[in-house]
Design a protein around this ligand. Structure first.
Ligand code: 3HC
Length: 314
């Protein structure tokens, strides 16, 4: 079969709802888009450990500390799982990590904001993991088998993260005046950057058309953002917190919440590396990579030794 015939078969397979697997033929652009998106996703999980890791030693109770440690550890697992899934596309983990550390790869905008108070742990779980679930539930139906299967497993854990975040936020919202102010302040700081997590508006999203054509993505950035808003506003109302958007209005005809203007200049500044914490995040990742070098060397040596022993025994 020539490439044109292979492409027709590839697209027919996607149309029939079958998954594309690593050894199947795929167009180079499909492979490249997946590597871009999945490696960015993996980096986001790993960098995403930093704002919350920052609060482990300051969690207010043992129960809260255990929950937070488990959540941060889950994010590490998601990152490793996603790096492995991306490796099935023919790129090595070292290369992906180098791209991140050299500042060539993106990761989610949201992790470039500071986590200033304990309430941020609640609001990050509620908003950030909530947004991730909306996006990832859709990606669990992605056309690429390893990515969609990774998402199924990851979404189950993100659900726990969201619930623990909402429970922290609700506890503070129903607490003392000072606790309520603290959580409202976290909502005020995290609301807009969380909406930006879904990426630019559809009209300004260069990758969406191809990603949707090949069912890597099944819903557009704006559709997912709207779903997140519709789900989250009643949750905020239930615990008497105010979403910082004076233009929010329920459209009774459509059943959707209309919302104000997103500051896209801020979004692009952050993803270009100029957000409040970009430099701090990358410095922390580079240090962790440098400090962990001896572990990588030891693991490689151990693997070599085992291989030699194995061939000597045969
Ligand atoms: N943060 C940083 N960069 C972003 C972004 C964001 N929130 N949204 C879009 N961008 C970048 C894109 O990567 C693209 O840049 P590139 O072409 O250089 O790669 C550019 O902005 C234009 O955006 P597009 O809309 O064309 O990009 P996509 O169609 O890929 O959509 C996306 C962006 C919605 C983030 C999509 O890539 C996606 O769904 N990715 C997988 C999910 C993911 O990465 N999630 C990270 C969230 S955090 C997380 O999951 C951790 C959890 O523990 C909370």
């Amino acid at each position: 079969m020539d490439d044109d015939a292979k492409l027709i078969e590839f697209e027919a397979k996607i149309k029939r709802g079958e998954k594309i697997e690593p050894k199947d033929w795929m167009p180079e652009r499909y492979r490249k888009q997946l590597i871009r998106m999945m490696s960015q996703h993996a980096h986001s999980e790993i960098v995403g450990m930093l704002p919350e890791g920052n609060w482990i030693t300051r969690a207010p109770t043992l129960r809260r500390k255990m929950g937070l440690i488990a959540k941060v550890q889950d994010e590490a697992g998601h990152g490793l799982y996603l790096y492995s899934a991306t490796e099935t596309l023919g790129i090595g983990r070292d290369e992906m990590v180098d791209q991140l550390l050299e500042g060539k790869a993106k990761y989610s905008n949201i992790f470039n904001y500071p986590s200033l108070t304990w309430a941020d742990m609640g609001v990050i779980g509620w908003f950030v993991d909530g947004a991730a679930i909306v996006n990832q539930t859709m990606l669990a139906r992605s056309s690429y088998g390893p990515y969609s299967r990774a998402m199924l497993r990851i979404c189950a854990e993100e659900n726990f993260h969201k619930k623990q975040g909402y429970e922290i936020a609700a506890t503070l919202a129903l607490g003392t005046q000072a606790q309520k102010e603290m959580v409202q302040n976290a909502v005020d700081r995290y609301w807009w950057p969380s909406l930006m997590m879904f990426g630019p508006s559809d009209k300004d999203s260069p990758n969406t058309p191809l990603l949707m054509k090949w069912k890597i993505k099944r819903k557009s950035n704006d559709d997912l953002r709207q779903r997140f808003i519709d789900l989250t506003i009643p949750q905020a109302q239930r615990i008497d917190l105010t979403i910082p958007d004076p233009d929010l209005k329920l459209n009774k005809k459509t059943g959707h919440w209309e919302f104000g203007k997103i500051n896209w200049d801020e979004f692009y500044e952050v993803i270009r590396g100029n957000g409040p914490c970009n430099k701090e995040r990358m410095t922390a990742r580079r240090k962790a990579h440098f400090d962990g070098e001896w572990v990588r060397i030891a693991a490689e040596e151990y693997a070599k030794k085992r291989k030699t022993n194995h061939s000597n025994n045969n």
